[in-house]
Design a protein around this ligand. Structure first.
Ligand code: CA
Length: 231
């Protein structure tokens, strides 16, 4: 079942997206407002990916994103942004989105992004068959439940953030390039930009560091990427 929810208030853009997703083999649920989107999500628990417009009457796409992320951690979220909204991309990802697509986009680009996100979600389900724990105090990563605890308290991570943490904790004190992180976590089929890694790391630091301004665990390796520091 490949069900996608499309939230877009402009009917011409919404139809364009819906027609192309249906053509690509998806089942589509449509919503015109954020409120309607949240209602339809509760009626359709099998939705795997949501496409969220930002500028909407009523609650905006960022707020919808926050609420979807809080209620349905397993659902993939792609924000639909306008070209002039460069900052919005970052804000959107900070509120829990997995990816963004800039308008105007081609049908091929849109379905490629949805496919990539679904594939990652699918991989995540397969990986969840793995068991075991990685203990690196104060962190404990549990592969069965796909959760990370810090000082015994469960961190609220998205599936992508969990996968980044797993990659780090499996490679302690090793410098990882942005490309390695992108390939491992997002998959080789990912079409987006490598800076999505930086945005996710920034968000992850806010969740796991004692002080995100002075990161102690996720160290920046200038010009390369990041390193999980265990000392
Ligand atoms: Ca709009």
């Amino acid at each position: 079942m490949k069900k996608v929810l499309v939230l877009e208030d402009e009917s011409s853009i919404r139809s364009f997206i819906v027609i192309n997703l249906i053509r690509a083999g998806y089942e589509v649920v449509e919503a015109e407002t954020g409120e309607e989107a949240l209602e339809k999500l509760s009626e359709n628990p099998d939705v795997r990916v949501t496409l969220l417009d930002i500028m909407l009457p009523g609650i905006d796409g960022f707020e919808v994103c926050r609420r979807v992320r809080a209620a349905y951690p397993h659902i993939g979220i792609i924000m639909l942004t306008a070209r002039s909204q460069e900052m919005d991309k970052v804000t959107g990802l900070m509120t829990g989105a997995d990816d963004y697509v800039t308008k105007p986009f081609s049908p091929a680009e849109l379905t490629a992004r949805v496919d990539a996100l679904l594939r990652r979600a699918g991989d995540a389900l397969l990986v969840s068959a793995s068991v075991g724990e990685i203990s690196q105090p104060p962190f404990l990563l549990n592969m069965t439940d796909r959760v990370v605890e810090k000082n015994g308290k469960r961190l609220k991570l998205t599936q992508l953030e969990y996968q980044i943490m797993k990659l780090f904790m499996e490679n302690p004190d090793k410098a990882l390039t942005r490309e390695e992180i992108l390939d491992t976590v997002w998959g080789r089929g990912y079409f987006g930009e490598v800076k999505i890694v930086d945005v996710n790391i920034r968000r992850l630091r806010l969740k796991i560091e004692d002080d995100a301004q002075e990161p102690r665990y996720i160290a920046t390796v200038w010009g390369t990427g990041y390193k999980w520091s265990t000392d």
